[in-house]
Every structure is written in C-alpha cells, then in structure tokens.
Design a protein around this ligand. Structure first.
Ligand code: SF4
Ligand code: MG
Length: 329
C-alpha cells in the first residue's frame, strides 16, 4: 500500500531513579521495546493494550512529543526520529493528537474559539482575518454550534468537549491524527458517536489514524488493521477482520473474549477467558515470552526463548511459539 507511516524497531527507555529500583541492575524501563508497524494513507491502525503496555508512549514517539532511544519513525517518506524541536515545527501541522481526557486537555480559561484557533495562529496557516471563519467551519464539522465559539469548556458535556479537541486537531489540516484513548473517559452511550465522527472525518479528508484503546471493542469498528501490545511489544498485528475472526495469540484470545457480543444468539459459543494475575511490572518484565506467567499454554520454551513476531498468514503477524487460530465471535 501507500504508506504514510513506517515505524521500525522502535525502542524507548525511561531511566529509573535509584529510590524506585525494583531490583539491582534495573536501570531503565523499556516502555517500548522493538516495535514495528506501518500505516497506509487513509487508513486506521488500532493499537490495543492494557495500561503499561507502551501504547501511549508509542503514540508520543510517533508524534515526536518524545524522541526514540533507538529505531526509526518514517513519516511521509522522511525519517523524523531525531529531528530537532525547530525542525519539528512544520511537522506539528501534519501530525496532531487527540487526548483521552477532554476535561484536562482544554484550557478552562480560554473560549472554545480560542482553543480551536490556537494551532492556526501558531502555524500562521490562515490570514488573521480568516481565523474566525475557519473556527466556525471547524466547529460545524465536528457537530457543534458555530455560534458557541465564545463559550468556555465547562459549558459543554464530555462528548462535546471531545468534539472541541477533535476540531482543534483538525485545524491545521493534518495528515495523521494520533488519538490516545479518545473515548475511554466518555459515557458508553456517546462513545459510538465520537468514533463515528472520527471515522466520517477520516473518509471526508483522507486522514490517517493511529487509534489507541485499552480494549478491542473500541477499535473494532474504526480500524483497518489492529496491533496488540503487551509489556512494550507488539504480540499480534493483523487486518481487523482477520484478527476478529482468527486471532492467533493467547493474549488476543483473552482480550477478544471480553468484547461484548453484538449478536446475543452467539453467546453460547463464547467462553470468557479470565487472565490470572495482573500485568507484571514493566520495570521487571518476565524473560523470554513476556506473557508466559499468565499463559495457560506455556511450555518450557516459552520461559527460555522469546518468540519473534512472525508472519503466519499474509499480513498477519504473531509472537507466540504455539499460535493457534481461534475465532471468538
Ligand atoms: Fe503462551 Fe508460549 Fe505463546 Fe507465550 S509463546 S503466548 S507463553 S504459548
Ligand atoms: Mg495511556
């Protein structure tokens, strides 16, 4: 396909201060550890994992809010992995982020008009006299009343605030939007509206998304491809339909078993997999297969050799010594 993004062997270490060392010798957390994927123009990659899996860090590396420790991020044909703050400035137009919490990501003392206009003023993309018109256009695009540009964030509901965040992200006509759990903080009843809005905007403007979520049900309708992360690594990557109809990794099976069933008639075929224990600390991840302490299929080799991420079918990669196709829905 026509790639907008290619991430190769991306790694981010965060140094750990002495007082917080879990054991001797652990000097850094490998928050993201050898991650690779591509996103085609105009498509959505869903990135799923529990908290601490490194998905937000991956999003920040991709948007270059963070600099990778090693590996590369190629955006629109250009390696942006180590660009300086100054060299990154024009790139801020092309890559925008939407955050999880629409309450804390909007300045309560600014009108929503000022909030949405801020990126336009910083990037000087629109002549001064045109900013107001563009703001109204953006508010309308996200389903808000353009007459409300003079109101403050606290006058809006959670869903409306996320629409304001989306309008702000769209202001600079970006190519890539990184949405970090954009619906997780919202009422279940309005999640679908926001996901549909994002999907419609993608189609209308040819946008490309990295859509981060902690559970598969949230990426199900919007993703073309889905990557599943566990403790800093991608453990499965596939087209959405292949993942939902034939996931190969036990961890993905467990995540899928928790997805609500759209068709209640199929409920009898569904067996909920309950994972034992919590996710281990990323400070001190298990050796070899990082999932082995929680895996019901673990064998000796799982505790001694890390399973590489390998293609088992066209476009379908998995990191498991014993992959097994399993349709869950
Ligand atoms: Fe489970 Fe082994 Fe596969 Fe890891 S490699 S997921 S422990 S079967
Ligand atoms: Mg996060």
């Amino acid at each position: 396909g026509d790639e907008l993004v290619r991430v190769t062997d991306l790694t981010k270490l965060f140094p750990v201060r002495r007082g917080r060392l879990v054991r001797r010798g652990a000097g850094a957390v490998r928050a993201v550890d050898g991650v690779g994927f591509a996103i085609d123009r105009g498509t959505t990659l869903g990135l799923v994992g529990e908290s601490g899996s490194g998905k937000s860090t991956t999003g920040r590396l991709l948007s270059r809010l963070l600099e990778p420790t090693s590996g590369s991020v190629v955006f629109d044909g250009r390696d942006i992995s180590h660009l300086s703050t100054r060299a990154l400035r024009p790139l801020r137009r092309d890559i925008q982020m939407i955050f999880q919490d629409p309450y804390s990501s909007l300045n309560p003392r600014h009108t929503i008009g000022a909030i949405v206009a801020a990126p336009l003023r910083i990037q000087k993309q629109v002549p001064r006299g045109g900013v107001r018109a563009r703001v109204r256009e953006l508010l309308e695009l996200v389903g808000l009343n353009p007459e409300h540009y003079n109101r403050y964030p606290n006058e809006f509901s959670g869903g409306q605030r996320q629409r304001i965040g989306i309008a702000r992200a769209l202001a600079t006509r970006p190519k890539l939007i990184i949405a970090d759990e954009p619906v997780s903080a919202l009422d279940v009843s309005i999640r679908a509206q926001i996901i549909n809005l994002l999907d419609g905007l993608r189609a209308e403007f040819g946008l490309t998304y990295l859509f981060i979520a902690h559970d598969l049900s949230m990426v199900r309708h919007i993703s073309d491809r889905v990557a599943v992360m566990y403790l800093g690594q991608i453990i499965e990557l596939a087209d959405r339909t292949d993942l939902f109809s034939g996931a190969l990794h036990p961890y993905t099976h467990a995540l899928l078993s928790a997805v609500p069933i759209p068709d209640p008639a199929s409920v009898r075929r569904r067996e909920r997999i309950r994972l034992r224990d919590e996710v281990p600390s990323p400070l001190n991840p298990p050796v070899a297969c990082r999932f082995h302490p929680r895996c019901w299929k673990a064998q000796e080799i799982c505790r001694t050799e890390a399973p590489p991420l390998l293609a088992r079918a066209p476009g379908h990669q998995v990191a498991c010594h014993f992959p097994e196709k399993r349709a869950v829905v």
